[in-house]
Design a protein around this ligand. Structure first.
Ligand code: PLP
Length: 396
């Protein structure tokens, strides 16, 4: 007998998925797409506006034509793991064993997902200093954990160490730290990181260190979180080529940490993705071990844009932001000109033609702010900031 689909049946979606919130950044992006206005200025996007360096494209082309079109070992091709180990030793002063301590993943997103899945028992807490990149929250839920937001210090967006340490307990699986931060653009203070990592280690919890913006720092010194702590074995470092090398679409990252965790992580990777894309692994190898001049040029233009955005925001009476130290975000306090960050973002979009990300999308502690991305040419930034100035003048 032919089985017919039951028209009345409802689809059953697991509660943990049905309950996931959609990103407010995506909401703003979709709202902008739905508008019939062509001259919008997009300051909500979180990726470099540059293309992948040419020598990387050439290396990937050569690799694909040479047969790099098959599965690779689960943990990634050995020369790439070796290159990541060398990079980490050179830039961060940490020697990971490429055989046992590094696994190559589909972007930092998969590295984070694998780390959380591996160390989180059902219902355990994942502590997230807030405001933070929204995926930490959703990924904590996907791993069966309970996200717990601890607000950053509002004065400068540093860790509130007292509040963090009080919150860490035997229920804590991990604390996620990101420096420089998305969305605040701030570097975390090393002494605070150490204090929080010590408290985590006392409770056998891990620090997940998200270093995806480590290559985009415009002043001061940036040390890797893993090199700032007393017990490096309790830090799992998430990193990728996405932001530093303008290679978001290649989807290539890695997780580095102690062998007992990485070997388990590789087990999950084996049954979900098998391996990161072979062509992307070869491209990453060229990016990490090839000439760094194109990256330095990109970074210096980000620094110029950071200076421009910071100067413009400082000159607008009624709004302010801490000077971004890294990444490509300015987190602007709009409390004196709008009731909420969503209201500000919607008015900026519908009345002034500029798209920004509402701070509330980065956690409750982000309310009262909007995030501007300066991954945009100076001409677009100028137009966008003119429109923001117009918005502030109307609402001040
Ligand atoms: N971590 C942070 C803080 C991010 O902002 C992003 C992307 O926006 C990622 C990780 C994801 O990086 P990837 O493209 O390597 O998955």
């Amino acid at each position: 007998m032919e089985m017919k689909p039951d028209e009345t049946a409802t689809h059953s979606v697991a509660d943990r998925i049905a309950g996931l919130e959609r990103s407010m950044i995506r909401y703003m992006f979709d709202s902008a797409q739905a508008m019939d206005r062509e001259d919008l200025v997009h300051l909500e996007i979180g990726e470099p506006d540059y293309d992948t360096p040419t020598h990387v494209l050439d290396a990937a082309d050569e690799a694909v034509r040479g047969g790099a079109t098959h599965y690779t070992s689960n943990a990634g091709i050995p020369p790439l793991r070796e290159a990541i180990a060398n990079k980490t030793e050179r830039d961060n002063g940490i020697r990971y064993d490429p055989e046992t301590d590094i696994t190559v993943t589909v972007g930092a997103m998969e590295a984070l997902h694998l780390a959380l899945l591996t160390i989180t028992e059902p219902g355990q807490e994942i502590i997230i200093p807030s405001p933070a990149w929204p995926n930490y929250r959703t990924q904590a839920v996907l791993a069966g954990g309970k996200p717990v937001e601890v607000p950053l210090d509002t004065d400068g967006f540093q860790l509130d160490t007292k509040a963090m340490i009080e919150r860490i307990s035997s229920e804590t699986a991990a604390i996620v730290l990101c420096s420089p931060s998305n969305p605040t653009g701030q570097l975390l203070d090393a002494a605070d990181v150490r204090a929080v990592a010590d408290a985590a280690a006392e409770h056998n919890a891990y620090v997940i260190a998200d270093e995806v913006y480590e290559g985009l720092v415009y002043g001061g010194s940036k040390e890797a979180i893993a090199s700032q702590v007393a017990d490096r074995d309790r830090v799992l470092t998430v990193n990728s080529i996405s932001k530093k090398y303008a290679m978001t679409g290649w989807r290539l990252g890695w997780l580095a940490g102690a062998e007992p965790i990485i070997s388990e992580v590789t087990k999950i990777h084996e049954s979900t993705t098998a391996c990161a894309s072979a062509p992307s692994q070869h491209a990453a190898l060229a990016a990490i071990s090839g000439p760094q001049a194109p990256i330095e040029e990109m970074k210096s233009s980000f620094r110029e844009r950071r200076n421009y955005v910071d100067d413009r925001i400082s000159s607008i009476e009624g709004v302010q932001c801490p000077r971004p130290e890294g990444a490509f975000y300015a987190f602007v306090d709009i409390t004196s000109v709008a009731e909420s960050s969503l209201e500000a973002a919607e008015s900026l979009l519908y009345d002034h033609g500029v798209v920004v990300a509402p701070g509330a999308g980065f956690g409750d502690a982000g309310e009262g702010f909007v995030r501007l991305s300066f991954a945009n040419g100076l001409d677009r930034l100028e137009l966008g900031l003119d429109r923001i100035e117009e918005f502030v003048e109307v609402n001040r």
